[in-house]
Design a protein around this ligand. Structure first.
Ligand SMILES: *Cc1c(COP(=O)(O)O)cnc(C)c1O
Length: 374
């Protein structure tokens, strides 16, 4: 069993930075000289924004990606010096702060381009921008048909420095996906336009799925995130098979009682004991982001064995039926991750909730402390 640090809070998210570095190393070897951008939006997929930003910088990454101004500001205030790219559309009234905090922004309209230009002139600073092109996601980005014109406009703006051009894949999770191939073809057709000839731009397209399955589209930089945290897409190439999660959700048994047969457990008595049994309480609940939908469905690990969560999960606590197992107050409980030879994989929890691992990771809030090991 792991020698967990003893945080003040009875439950914690444990992030294994050693595993994170191993994941970075594996992906680094896989992508070769291509630049490596790690999107750390949504609190670095629940792993903790500041700590992961600093860990990424220490691990030699080239770029970080964020979704919002505030995420970029927090990284800068934590001392991160890597280039930070704000992915997606930017809000007009935040432009001066993007520039002040030295954040690179995505531009996908002439209107925003001009706002960026007038803000950087006013501040007397250069703003580095990436032209975002929509090749089929239908989210943000200028259409390829207008990208050339917008690029020519951006190039001529004073104090705006165009450093990159990128797009985003909608269906890259399986190898050979025809729509992903069509997006790659559209991106390359655009880049063949003479306006880009000889212009040193960082060309980037690939999220995790793209990075794993479409190495021909790595170009100058890739932007994988979920797989850097240890969750590669299905059918990932052998070179990426060593990726492993660095996230665990852990707690400790806080209470123990013996319950007779026929007793209802927790709110609404959605579970009734069929025999005399031992019920333990674990101080994790939906108030931490551990979904109530997992009531009477998920299992946890205690002393290296699986036991079922019984009854409705409460805001701060949940109950586990340990049968006649010898379980004591203070025993470590693993809700997501490994304990001994057993594992509750994140994907199992996501499947029980009818969602994807991304959403489960993001929903853990600030009440549970992050503890960094390795
Ligand atoms: C979030 C995001 C990524 C990373 O996606 P993963 O599927 O986690 O690899 C890459 N690019 C953009 C534009 C994103 O928004």
């Amino acid at each position: 069993m792991s020698e967990a640090p003893q945080p003040a809070h009875p439950s914690w998210i444990e992030v294994d930075l050693g595993q994170f570095r191993r994941n970075v190393g594996l992906i680094r070897s896989f992508i070769g000289p291509t630049r490596f951008c790690l999107p750390v939006k949504a609190n670095a997929y629940g792993h903790g924004l500041r700590a992961m930003g600093l860990a990424a910088e220490a691990a030699g990454l080239d770029y970080l990606g964020v979704a919002h101004l505030q995420e970029g500001v927090q990284l800068r205030e934590a001392g991160v010096t890597l280039p930070i790219l704000v992915l997606g559309a930017i809000h007009a009234d935040q432009i001066p702060d993007f520039i002040r905090y030295d954040l690179e922004v995505s531009v996908s309209s002439r209107f925003k381009a001009d706002l960026v230009a007038s803000a950087c002139e006013r501040l007397g600073r250069v703003c580095r921008v990436h032209l975002e092109v929509d090749t089929g996601m239908q989210r943000t980005g200028v259409r390829p048909g207008t990208a050339v014109e917008l690029f020519a406009h951006l190039r001529d703006l004073p104090c705006v420095e165009v450093v990159g051009i990128y797009s985003h894949l909608a269906t890259a999770d399986l190898p050979g996906d025809p729509f992903a191939l069509a997006q790659i073809a559209a991106f390359e057709a655009l880049l063949r336009d003479p306006v880009f000839a000889g212009v040193p731009l960082l060309r980037h397209l690939c999220n995790s799925g793209g990075t794993a399955h479409f190495p021909q589209a790595h170009y100058d930089m890739v932007r994988p995130s979920i797989m850097v945290f240890g969750y590669p897409p299905e059918q990932a190439p052998g070179a990426l098979q060593g990726l492993a999660p660095c996230f665990s959700l852990k707690s400790k048994v806080s209470y123990f009682k013996v319950v007779e047969a026929g007793q209802g457990i927790s709110y609404g008595h959605t579970y009734v004991t069929s025999r005399r049994t031992r019920i333990v309480t674990v101080p994790v609940g939906y108030g931490d982001g551990y979904r109530r939908a997992l009531s009477n469905r998920a299992e946890v690990l205690i002393r290296g064995r699986r036991f079922p969560i019984v009854g409705t999960i409460c805001m701060d606590q949940l109950m586990v039926d340990v049968g006649d197992a010898e379980v004591r107050v203070g025993d470590e409980v693993v809700l997501i991750g490994r304990q001994g030879a057993e594992e509750i994989p994140l994907v199992e929890i996501a499947r029980l909730c009818g969602t994807i691992p991304y959403e489960i990771l993001c929903q853990f809030n600030g009440r549970i402390p992050r503890v960094y090991v390795g």
